[in-house]
Write a protein that binds this ligand. Structure first.
Ligand code: HEM
Length: 147
């Protein structure tokens, strides 16, 4: 129960506009796994991380990711509501070439962003609460992968 409070408070603390935080998260993701840049090619391949991070389509993707996290935070008491959506979302990511292992780096990037954005409010307890929530989201998305 305390975990839920920590997650809700910390998410709220990021402010209404989550986009800058999402940008920090994806900039970190491309540092950890530069190959992921290739999976985002809306019209043509991006020639640099900077180009990708400033393209409207990619910025839309960042917003979409933040909305999914927002939905998870809003549904901490009834995450089962999101299962069908997340399984289907996983299926779409398999279709665009994402490997489930890459979600580890996404998780690291999420924690990195939270640490940067929350500063002293980022604690080990908070970290563990987010790790648990993220694991549920990723496990559910991963069940959308088929051989
Ligand atoms: C769609 C890539 C992680 C949420 C997409 C698309 C690509 C993509 C190429 C299709 C184009 C687009 O809509 O922009 C990736 C990669 C990821 C990643 C490479 C990291 C390895 C995530 C995560 C979430 C997410 C962690 C949310 C938790 C979405 C959503 C869509 C989407 C909501 C739109 C799906 C739809 O059209 O119904 N992603 N994604 N993505 N992604 Fe991701």
């Amino acid at each position: 129960a305390n975990d839920k409070g920590l997650i809700r408070d910390s998410w709220e603390r990021l402010g209404k506009n989550k986009l800058p935080h999402g940008t920090v998260m994806f900039a970190r993701l491309f540092e950890l796994e530069p190959e992921l840049l290739k999976l985002f090619h809306y019209n043509a391949a991006f020639s640099s991380v900077q180009e990708c991070l400033s393209s409207p389509e990619f910025i839309d993707h960042i917003s979409k990711v933040m909305l999914v996290i927002d939905a998870a935070v809003s549904h901490l008491d009834d995450l089962h509501c999101l299962v069908e959506y997340l399984v289907n979302l996983g299926r779409k990511h398999q279709a665009v070439g994402v490997k489930t292992q890459s979600f580890n780096a996404v998780g690291e990037s999420l924690l990195y962003m939270l640490e940067c954005s929350l500063g002293p409010a980022y604690s080990m307890e908070l970290r563990e609460a987010w790790v648990t929530l993220y694991a549920i989201v990723v496990e559910t998305m991963s069940s959308g992968w088929t051989e």
